[in-house]
Design a protein around this ligand. Structure first.
Ligand SMILES: [Cu+2]
Length: 154
């Protein structure tokens, strides 16, 4: 590789690190109170993806339409259980940004382990970081690819 290509390679590595680790600007959104009506039935939640902003006060109304179901939020360590036909309420502050699974914590049947949903607190930064890395990789391939052999003079 030429000196120029070495410099570029180092630039690519540094830029990649910036893309992966740079903190994104935090949107100044005022915390709001949000209520979600989540229907639980064997073996899904509807809706299964809840998107909120960090700091929001979340109220989940869990409604079970068949058997007893629960909802446990990973890492938040909070849960609620709803009896058939009943509504149970879980209120908490979304103070941890990131993407968290929530799952049923009441054994409700054969496919119970697959009864999961997602709580998305804040923007999905990995999507942006991944697309940034893709662009960078494409650029690196274009610039660092070996130059075609020079035409030989015979
Ligand atoms: Cu369940």
């Amino acid at each position: 590789m030429s000196k120029k290509q070495w410099f570029f390679a180092i630039f690519v590595v540094l830029a990649g690190m910036v893309i992966v680790f740079a903190p994104l600007p935090v949107h100044a959104t005022a915390p709001t109170q949000r209520t979600f009506r989540v229907e639980a039935s064997q073996y899904t939640y509807s809706p299964a993806i809840l998107k909120v902003n960090p700091g929001d006060i979340i109220s989940i109304e869990l409604i079970s339409t068949d058997v007893v179901h629960g909802l446990y939020v990973d890492e938040y360590g909070i849960s609620v259980t709803a009896d058939p036909g009943q509504t149970a309420r879980l209120t908490f502050t979304a103070d941890k940004p990131g993407s968290f699974r929530f799952r049923c914590n009441v054994t409700c049947g054969a496919l119970h382990p697959f009864m999961i949903g997602k709580l998305q607190v804040g923007p999905n930064t990995w999507l942006w970081r991944a697309s940034g890395l893709t662009v960078l990789a494409a650029l690196a391939i274009l610039i660092l690819r070996p130059s075609p052999p020079k035409a030989q003079v015979t």
